[in-house]
Design a protein around this ligand. Structure first.
Ligand code: GSF
Length: 207
């Protein structure tokens, strides 16, 4: 298949990484051209803004000129473009459970990105420690829930597992002092096995 789709991409974006992992897992890498961008709320990309008013990546430009965003929508789109077992269960209780786990992983990412912006972008004299602590509490509670659900994560490598792996990868990348493995041994064991997958190896963020 020739690439008639363009994905706005950054190798350090965990939301983009979710999409890339699904593309790897479903054999669709060649269907997408990657268009690299660097952006933050303080350094937006005019091109991305034009396609996604929220100014965020991933955004996917389709052949007819229309655009899909955000990562959850793009994952759903690509999961409908392959003929293998769906990575987003189509119906039943499994669908809602796996999407809820995926949403919890995204909540980890959302909190971690806000911490990143607060500590990396905001001038030191304007930072608000209590607000950062509030975001870190969200991460802690979500990790505790994942520790309880570590067996479930291992059931299959689908949207829940992809999202959880990308969230944990981002914590290791941007918050290496968090030491989440100490309190989450089952989650750490699951993640260590998951990280052997070529899809995760090929998409690991690098400084
Ligand atoms: C979040 C995307 C996002 O924050 C999704 O796609 O699931 N809910 C959305 N992307 C970041 C890049 S990253 O750090 O992954 C982004 O585009 N930030 C620019 C901004 O202005 O917030």
């Amino acid at each position: 298949m020739s690439a008639s789709l363009t994905l706005y991409h950054s190798p350090t974006s965990p939301y983009v990484r979710k999409v890339m992992v699904l593309l790897h897992e479903t054999g669709q890498l060649n269907s997408v051209a990657l268009h690299g961008v660097t952006l933050t709320p303080l350094n937006p990309s005019a091109e991305v803004n034009e396609h996604n008013p929220a100014g965020k990546i991933p955004a996917l430009l389709l052949a007819d000129g229309s655009v899909l965003h955000d990562s959850r929508v793009i994952l759903d789109f690509f999961d409908h473009q392959h003929s293998g077992e769906p990575l987003i269960p189509r119906d039943g209780a499994t669908r809602w459970r796996r999407l809820t786990l995926a949403s919890l992983a995204d909540a980890v990412l959302d909190a971690a990105i806000l911490v990143r912006y607060e500590t990396f972008l905001r001038p030191e004299d304007k930072r608000w420690d209590d607000w950062v602590l509030g975001q870190c509490s969200k991460i802690d509670r979500a990790l505790e829930a994942f520790e309880q659900s570590a067996d479930e994560l291992g059931d299959r490598f689908d949207v829940a597992a992809i999202s959880a792996a990308c969230a944990l990868g981002y914590l290791d990348f941007r918050m290496p002092d968090l030491n989440w493995r100490r309190d989450c041994p089952k989650l750490a064991a699951w993640y260590s096995t998951a990280c052997q997958r070529p899809s995760l190896q090929a998409t690991a963020p690098v400084h």
